[in-house]
Design a protein around this ligand. Structure first.
Ligand code: CA
Ligand code: CA
Ligand code: CA
Length: 234
């Protein structure tokens, strides 16, 4: 029983700490992306691939109400023969249910998958964390079952994009870093653009952007909404 959701604004969850560490590790290898503009050019392709994750999402969302609740996440993981502890499921759920409405929407689900992707890269350092290994398993299982072939390449692009922005490699993007990135793109009026982009990303308005926040903003930028509209169906 969860009960109290609590106002835990602290990014000091175990999962968040691991994300930062994984991102720093990844950043040490550099990025293949040259500029923020080149990220924007990739939007259509990224959008296309991410939308294919819908089939995976629908597998999890058993009652088709557009959100994965705690029970559905648990059941699906169980079906995949992935045994998470209550605490592990709770961590994962909380990390991705960003608006705390007790359901993981499609855009939040994409964040979930990409976080798993990043963490798996760094898995050797977290061998003790069994659930990541299991998640990696379930991700590759889902991928082969649902056929989203460019998924890993797309996630890699997203990680690369974040690495590009996080100049000082502390695992977060600051407003200055965003200004710098837009400046480097040779954009006129880079200041206002950077500010706008930054505000779109800084979900909890604490002045820095985590990878999770970046991903969520990204789903909006490429046009993936929170689902709900039936006319999107086909
Ligand atoms: Ca549901
Ligand atoms: Ca930074
Ligand atoms: Ca933030």
């Amino acid at each position: 029983m969860g009960g109290v959701v609590g106002k835990s604004e602290s990014p000091e969850t175990k999962l968040e700490a691991k994300m930062v560490e994984a991102m720093q590790h990844r950043a040490s290898k550099g990025t293949t992306i040259k500029s923020f503009n080149s990220i924007i050019l990739k939007f259509p392709k990224i959008d296309h691939t991410l939308r294919k994750c819908k089939a995976i999402f629908e597998q999890f969302d058993e009652d088709s109400n557009g959100a994965i609740d705690h029970e559905e996440l648990k059941k699906c993981l169980h079906k995949l023969q992935v045994c998470f502890t209550e605490e592990e499921i709770e961590d994962l759920f909380k990390a991705c249910d960003m608006n705390e409405d007790m359901g993981i929407k499609f855009n939040e689900f994409i964040v979930l998958l990409c976080l798993v992707y990043l963490l798996k890269d760094n898995a050797t350092e977290f061998e003790a964390v069994s659930f990541l290994t299991l998640l990696r398993f379930s991700l590759s299982f889902l991928k082969s079952r649902m056929g989203v072939p460019n998924l890993e390449a797309t996630f890699e692009t997203l990680v690369d994009a974040f690495v590009l922005l996080d100049k000082n490699k502390d695992g977060y993007v600051s407003k200055n870093e965003m200004v710098q990135a837009i400046n480097e793109s040779g954009e006129r009026s880079s200041g206002p653009i950077a500010t706008k982009r930054f505000e779109e990303m800084d979900w909890d308005k604490n002045g820095s952007v985590s990878f999770k926040e970046f991903l969520l903003a990204f789903t909006t930028w490429v046009g993936i909404e929170e689902v709900g509209d039936d006319d999107e169906h086909h």
